[in-house]
Design a binder for this molecule. Structure first.
Ligand code: ADP
Ligand code: F6P
Length: 324
């Protein structure tokens, strides 16, 4: 017989992302609508271990749908990879009467949810990260806001770069994944885009040749979007200036990309996903993750989801070279 679910908790884990509050709000309101008790857990798995657990009602999430960051706060909790610590986490859930948890975060956070599910706490993951690096889903909460924030910043840098006839290297977030760089590179019409997934040693030389060739054609500015995973933007700028004679500046956009008011898409998708997560838990399901695939919202087994691999779409990569 399926376990009865009376109390559902919600936590956010890993890097924050605009739209996480919309997802949290949907979890709270959907669970209350279905007659469940709701508890918030502060600071991800770290807060679970410290028993930072509190009751939530409809007003706990009032005026939050438009707010960036996460009202539940978030943390990276390295100890949670230890099976003994995971058992302690499950024990704390039982102590507080938590039957199920919605975990809003990325792949790392889903691994924690998978372990709790094995220990008898029902879990559903909701994909939240600006990096878009979760293989099972075409959409992650926060990516839309983050790429729009970065795109607007790059437009501004482009204005001054053009006026001064400079090369600008703009570094965007993404330690392991180049999706923000890819999307901004395309949206900002960058001359070169550097992605960790595709980077090779000759890339800098290719940029230098590209600038020289464009100069011969009369082009006096050059935008390079570089992903954080490749980094070294300042050093790259120095070498490019020396080799091309074109004044070069590096700008690292940093954490501003993770903040701000979520876009309409992030609010609507996050709300839908949060609500779906609660529906699954109320149906007695566990160890699932909500995804958006081929234009539809759906859910998958976490084990299956974590085994998937994500690659840069071939055609998007092709146009990063063909349209410059
Ligand atoms: P994200 O969820 O965005 O991928 P992280 O990789 O930093 O971010 O993971 C967030 C948190 O998830 C970690 O700090 C840790 O608490 C938990 N976590 C990560 N990997 C595991 C694992 N293998 N087992 C259990 N918990 C994990
Ligand atoms: O949340 C994802 C992310 O913003 C990555 O793009 C980036 O590499 C990392 O988090 C930065 O983490 P921190 O906030 O710990 O510097």
């Amino acid at each position: 017989m399926a376990k009865e679910i009376n109390t559902i908790a919600v936590l956010t884990s890993g890097g924050d992302a605009p739209g996480m509050n919309a997802a949290t709000r949907a979890v709270v309101r959907e669970a209350l609508y279905r007659g469940k008790k709701v508890k918030g857990i502060r600071r991800g798995y770290a807060g679970l271990l410290n028993e930072e657990i509190f009751d939530m009602d409809a007003s706990s999430v009032s005026d939050t749908i438009s707010r960036g960051g996460t009202i539940l706060q978030t943390a990276r909790c390295v100890e949670f990879v230890d099976p003994k610590v995971q058992e302690k986490g499950a024990e704390i859930c039982r102590k507080h009467g938590i039957d199920a948890i919605v975990v809003i975060g990325g792949d790392g956070s889903f691994k924690g949810a998978q372990k709790l599910a094995r220990l008898g706490i029902n879990t559903v993951g909701v994909p939240g990260t600006i990096d878009l690096d979760i293989a099972c889903t075409d959409y992650t909460i926060g990516f839309d806001t983050a790429v729009n924030t970065a795109m607007e910043a790059i437009d501004k840098i482009r204005d001054t770069s053009t006026s001064h006839e400079r090369c600008s290297i703009i570094e965007v977030m993404g330690r392991h994944a180049g999706y923000i760089a890819l999307w901004c590179g395309i949206a900002n019409g960058a001359e070169d885009i550097l992605l960790p997934e595709k980077y090779d040693e000759d890339q800098e030389m290719k940029i230098i040749e590209h600038i020289k060739m464009n100069k011969r054609k009369g082009k006096q500015h050059h935008i390079v979007v570089n992903a954080e995973g490749i980094g070294h933007s300042q050093e790259m700028a120095k070498r490019i200036e020396e080799a091309t004679g074109m004044e070069t500046r590096a700008s690292i956009l940093g954490h501003m990309q993770r903040g701000g008011v979520p876009t309409c898409k992030d609010r609507v998708y996050a709300t839908t996903m949060g609500s779906m997560a609660v529906k699954l838990l109320c149906e007695g399901k566990s160890n699932r993750v909500i995804a958006h695939r081929n234009g539809e919202f759906c859910d998958l087994d976490i084990d299956e989801a974590l085994a998937m691999k994500k690659t840069i779409p071939d055609y998007m990569y092709y146009i990063t070279n063909s349209l410059v």
